[in-house]
Design a protein around this ligand. Structure first.
Ligand code: KG4
Ligand code: ZN
Length: 349
């Protein structure tokens, strides 16, 4: 019997221990998740410091760092939790979206491990993983709910109808919000990763720079556009420079952050009103933004919504979220055979 024939016959465990692997960008992350919601181990080895001098992630460097870090992260996850390889019931791995070379390290490692342990291999979408981080934040959380997906690659308002069906109410028609944060950081002379540094600077500024309103008359009220906002900020900075006026970076950061974030909160509130759902969650790196979290807390109080905010660590890339989504796929026996490939792009649903 081949490996795949054997795993398809696997009897599903009631409380499986899933080893999850995430290598889509510059974090080599390995986690152990018990029964879908309990984080037993959670290791992250980041190569972010190696990318700072380049102003962004260098795919080739990220891939090579994954190769050297992935076994250490796995060994640490087992060692720190007291489990061993023989306790693992399945391997979940991010197969996309992300940097192809980086993803391939995780996918190849996961395949070898699944084959050698004779356990199922679960392909997980990075985007679904981000959304599933909310299940770790609140163990009682059940769909339906509205999720704001706000990362470096995606921006969307998603109706999570049930554990498997995601309905995209609207998404960005150009740049992602995290990408806009990173580009604005660059024009303000801030280091990679841009988002947290823009947030830090914004705390010292005021919302006084006039910036364009986004997609006011667009067909879909849930769509976003960040490219106009980003260009307006860049043009404003260049103009101040040409005029010989000293740039007030704090005010630019604050005004940009206000424009970029408030639209996320207001569209999410509209989505709650449209669907009549009672719970709202955030996911993706921009979900770690303090201003967004504050705004959502205020709105939730005002409208009587339940708000689920994953810890900041589980908004940015991590493997625990891949384990949470992996568990849902495990229950459906959505297993991959050993031809599983990485994919740079994965559709949102
Ligand atoms: O989800 P993530 O870690 O990776 C992707 O899947 O893209 O998101 C990374 C993005 C980056 O653009 C980063 O600048 C942004 O999230 N980010 C933030 C904050 N922390 C991370 N943006 C705004 N405020 C933050 N505190
Ligand atoms: Zn991500």
């Amino acid at each position: 019997m081949s490996y795949f024939e054997k795993v398809l016959k696997t009897e599903l465990k009631k409380e499986p221990l899933i080893l999850a692997i995430e290598t889509s960008c510059d974090e080599t992350a390995v986690a152990l998740i018990k029964n879908g919601r309990e984080i037993v181990a959670d290791e992250i080895i980041s190569s972010a410091n190696l990318h700072v001098k380049f102003g962004g992630v260098v795919p080739e460097i990220a891939s090579r760092m994954h190769t050297t870090a992935i076994y250490t992260a796995t060994e640490n996850a087992l060692k720190n939790s007291g489990y061993s390889f023989s306790d693992i019931d399945a391997i979940a791995v991010t197969y996309g979206a992300g940097l192809l070379g980086a993803l391939l390290v995780g996918v190849s490692f996961a395949k070898s491990l699944a084959f050698s342990l004779g356990v199922p291999l679960i392909p997980v979408s990075h985007i679904r993983g981000h959304i599933a981080a909310s299940y770790l934040a609140d163990k009682t959380l059940e769909p339906p709910f509205i999720c704001i997906l706000a990362s470096g690659g995606h921006t969307a308002i998603i109706a999570v109808e049930d554990y498997y069906n995601l309905k995209i109410l609207g998404s960005t028609i150009d740049d992602a919000v995290g990408e806009a944060f990173d580009k604005v950081a660059r024009v303000l002379g801030l280091e990679y990763p841009g988002g947290p540094n823009v947030e830090k600077l914004a705390k010292q500024g005021k919302n006084v720079v006039e910036l364009p309103k986004m997609l006011k008359n667009h067909d879909n009220p849930f769509d976003f556009s960040y490219s106009g906002l980003k260009t307006a900020v860049i043009n404003y900075c260049h103009k101040q420079n040409q005029l010989g006026v000293e740039l007030n970076g704090e005010n630019v950061a604050c005004s940009f952050q206000h424009a970029a974030i408030s639209v996320l909160a207001s569209k999410a509130v509209k989505a709650m009103e449209l669907t009549g759902y009672k719970t709202i969650t955030v996911s993706g790196g921009v979900g770690a933004n303090g201003y967004l979290r504050e705004l959502l807390q205020k709105e939730s109080q005002k409208h009587g919504f339940k708000l689920v905010l994953p810890e900041k660590r589980y908004c940015t890339d991590n493997a625990a979220m891949i384990g949470a989504e992996g568990y849902l796929q495990y229950k459906n026996k959505n297993f991959a055979d050993l031809t599983l490939n990485a994919s740079a792009v994965v559709s949102l649903n």
